[in-house]
Ligand binder design. Structure first.
Ligand SMILES: NC(=O)c1ccc[n+]([C@@H]2O[C@H](COP(=O)([O-])OP(=O)(O)OC[C@H]3O[C@@H](n4cnc5c(N)ncnc54)[C@H](O)[C@@H]3O)[C@@H](O)[C@H]2O)c1
Length: 204
């Protein structure tokens, strides 16, 4: 059963790891994919891989913490594929160090990407799906670290805990409005074999 055949999906952080795997799997199941990432080189390689397997995909360079770049991603997606049904907010960064060690600058940077980026993605994703008018699904990548506390991941815990509860709020809003847009957070444990290179929760 191809539940996503001909659906249009944006995958942030699609150049690496879980985002890359999600983009490739969604394409294999028939979705048209917009891969976004700050890493242009690897993002384009994922698009090439999808096309080589017979799928449809484009790459858009995007920093998820920048609002104008979200505007561009939604506009370009609608211009290219005409619709938006799925948004996987996978882009994320990690940061070790106890509450006594983490600097305010590093804390703010992580919150900007993991939490503010997910907020912007959800807000602009809803906008794009409302314009499409066919409902949709937003998947926010939280973590087991968004459910529990870890002495060495205070900023990451705060960002992913924020993603967890923010997602519930946004989902309830969409349900109340009757948009037909589902918003869920997912909470993976430690996955080292992601085809990714940069982020690993297990590197604490
Ligand atoms: N791997 C794990 O064990 C694990 C467990 C739980 C949750 N997660 C979450 O899953 C998501 C993906 O993790 P992963 O292991 O695949 O990591 P990864 O490092 O392999 O991939 C993350 C991608 O996000 C991109 N990125 C970083 N900052 C960005 C920004 N500002 N704008 C756009 N793109 C940006 C990176 O370039 C990279 O391609 C993250 O949100 C992470 O917190 C991972």
């Amino acid at each position: 059963m191809n539940r996503v055949k001909n659906k249009v999906a944006i995958v942030t952080g699609g150049a690496s790891g879980l985002g890359k795997s999600s983009a490739i799997l969604l394409a294999r199941e028939g979705a048209k994919i917009v891969v976004t990432d700050i890493d242009e080189e690897d993002g384009k390689k994922v698009v090439q891989q999808i096309k080589a397997n017979g799928g449809e995909a484009i790459f858009i360079k995007q920093d998820v913490s920048k609002e104008d770049e979200w505007k561009n991603v939604i506009e370009t997606t609608l211009k290219t594929f005409g619709k938006l049904h799925i948004l996987a907010n996978s882009a994320g960064i990690g940061l070790g160090g106890t509450v006594e060690e983490v600097t305010l600058e590093d804390w703010k940077n992580l919150i900007d990407v993991n939490l503010n980026g997910t907020f912007l993605g959800t807000q602009y994703g809803i906008k794009g799906m409302k314009e499409t008018g066919e409902g949709g699904s937003i998947i926010n990548f939280s973590s087991i670290e968004g459910l529990i506390g870890d002495p060495n991941l205070p900023a990451y815990n705060a960002s992913k805990g924020g993603v967890t509860i923010f997602t519930k709020s946004a989902a309830l809003h969409c349900a109340r409005q009757g948009y037909g847009i589902r918003i869920n957070s997912i909470h993976p444990a430690y996955i080292s074999d992601t085809n990714g290179r940069k982020f690993s929760e297990s590197s604490r």
